[in-house]
Design a protein around this ligand. Structure first.
Ligand code: FES
Length: 164
């Protein structure tokens, strides 16, 4: 009696079964990778395009921290706190030529830019070099607890002194 042929779609051996399972797993894995990739790109696309920068408001501390007739640079915030006999004011330490950080030279009494030689007096007025503008004055005020506060994003056109 002749043996009946088995259907071609059914596996003959456990080895063929494992091959089928392998290809099914590869297929499922490929779909999973495609879904995850699409989800990641969708999340990137839908998330807001925002730069999280530190606040422009700087707490410069107590006025007593600054000696009389001094120019103090805070390199972390790029501001000078200047104390004169009349009061306090704040200057940006960023050179108006190409944006280098300036430095105060106490022996010369000037603010100097190391990049291309611009020089400014203690009021930020340019006295030499290629800088097109003076160093900007920044808005300064006293907080309720008596600290000097500076808004780096807010340049003021006129000399605004904080009297303590
Ligand atoms: S960046 Fe200051 S002089 Fe050029």
């Amino acid at each position: 009696m002749p043996e009946e042929p088995k259907p071609a779609a059914l596996p003959d051996t456990p080895e063929e079964m494992s091959r089928r399972q392998f290809f099914v797993k590869v297929g499922v894995g490929s779909v999973a990778v495609a879904v995850l990739g699409t989800a990641a790109f969708s999340y990137e696309y839908l998330s807001p395009n925002v730069l999280y920068e530190p606040s422009p408001i700087v707490d410069a501390g107590k006025p007593d921290h600054y000696p009389p007739d001094s120019v103090t640079l805070d390199p972390a915030t790029a501001i000078y706190v200047v104390r004169t006999a009349e009061g306090f004011f704040a200057l940006s330490a960023i050179c108006t030529h190409l944006g280098c950080m300036t430095a105060y030279k106490p022996d010369l009494g000037i603010i100097a830019c190391p990049c291309h030689g611009s020089k400014f007096n203690k009021d930020g007025v340019k006295i030499a070099g290629p800088a097109p503008r003076p160093l900007p004055w920044l808005r300064m005020w006293l907080s309720d607890d008596g600290n000097l506060m500076v808004d780096r994003s807010n340049a003021v056109a006129i000399k605004q002194l904080v009297r303590v």
